[in-house]
Design a protein around this ligand. Structure first.
Ligand SMILES: CC(C)=CCC/C(C)=C/CC/C(C)=C/COP(=O)(O)OP(=O)(O)O
Length: 245
C-alpha cells in the first residue's frame, strides 16, 4: 500500500490523514475484490523496516490498526455472514501489544470461515520469513536437537544426524508464514513503483507484477478492473511458466 504520505503531501494533509485515507482505500478495494470473487487478498500493511520510521508515525499507524481491528471485532456478525477469514502474517510479537491482542482475537473469531481470505502482513519482510522457515524446518527435521556437524564442531546447524539438515521446498512452505495461502497470481504495487520491497519474495516466482500510477489512497475500481484484465491477458503465459517450473 504505497503512497499514503505522498498523497498527504499532495493534498496538504497530515501524514496521519494520508494513512487514514489509505485505510479507506483498502476497504473499498477489498469490497471490489469480494464482488469480483477474488478468494485471497494479501496486503502489505506494515513491514519490519517500517518500525525504523519516526516513533510518532509508528505509534500513529499502530493506533490506527488497533482502532480498525477493534472496529472489525464489533462487526463479527457481518464478517461471519460473508465468510471472511482474517489472518495476520508476520512477526506478531513486534506489534504494539493492544494491536497484537486485537489481531489474535480477529484470527480466532474468523478461524472457521472459508469463503474468502484476507491476509494482513504486519511486522513482515521476506528476509525474516525465509530464514525463519529454514530454521523451523531444520529444527523439525532434527527433532529440535542441536547436533555436531560433519567435522565435529557445533556451528549451530540443526541436522538429522549425518551433518546435513535435509530440508526441501515442502518443509519450507510448511513453515512459511504465507504457507496458509496459495502463491499470489497478481502483485499490485501502487504509485507506479516496481520494487518488491521485501514482500513475498519466495511466493512470487510466477506472479504478474502490476504497478498502477495511482498512489495507494487513489486506488479504486478502475485499478482493480485494469489489474484483472492485465492478468487475463497474461494468464496463458503465466500458466505455461508455472507448468515448466
Ligand atoms: C488494520 C489495518 C490493515 C490497517 C492499515 C493501516 C495502514 C493504512 C497502514 C499503511 C502504512 C504504510 C507504511 C503505508 C505505506 O505508505 P507510505 O507511508 O510508505 O507512503 P509513501 O510511499 O508516500 O512514503
Amino acid at each position: 500500500m504505497d503512497g499514503n504520505r505522498r498523497f498527504a503531501k499532495k493534498w496538504k494533509l497530515t501524514e496521519g490523514a494520508g494513512h487514514k485515507a489509505g485505510f479507506l482505500a483498502l476497504m473499498s478495494i477489498l469490497k471490489y475484490c469480494y464482488e469480483v470473487g477474488v478468494k485471497y487478498v494479501t496486503v502489505y500493511a506494515f513491514s519490519l523496516d517500517n518500525f525504523n520510521r519516526r516513533p510518532d508515525e509508528v505509534q500513529y499507524v499502530m493506533e490506527l490498526m488497533q482502532e480498525k481491528i477493534e472496529g472489525f471485532l464489533k462487526e463479527l456478525t457481518l464478517v461471519n455472514k460473508y465468510g471472511v477469514r482474517v489472518l495476520f502474517i508476520g512477526d506478531l510479537k513486534r506489534l504494539y501489544e493492544p494491536v497484537r491482542i486485537a489481531a489474535e482475537k480477529a484470527m480466532e473469531a474468523t478461524a472457521k470461515n472459508t469463503n474468502t481470505y484476507l491476509l494482513v502482513c504486519v511486522a513482515y519482510t521476506s528476509s525474516h520469513e525465509i530464514p525463519r522457515a529454514i530454521y523451523e524446518s531444520c529444527q523439525e527435521k532434527s527433532g529440535g536437537t542441536r547436533v555436531m556437524n560433519g567435522n565435529g564442531s557445533d556451528n549451530g546447524d540443526y541436522s538429522n544426524g549425518d551433518g546435513h539438515a535435509k530440508i526441501n521446498v515442502v518443509d519450507m512452505e510448511k513453515h512459511m508464514y504465507m504457507g496458509v495461502a496459495p502463491d499470489p497470481d497478481i502483485l499490485v504495487r501502487s504509485s507506479g513503483e516496481t520494487r518488491l520491497s521485501n514482500f513475498l519474495l519466495w511466493q512470487t516466482t510466477n506472479c504478474l507484477l502490476y504497478s498502477p500510477k495511482a498512489l495507494w489512497p487513489e486506488m479504486g475500481l478502475r485499478e482493480v478492473v485494469w489489474g484483472i484484465l492485465e492478468f487475463q491477458k497474461n494468464y496463458k503465459y503465466l500458466e505455461k511458466k508455472k507448468k515448466q517450473a
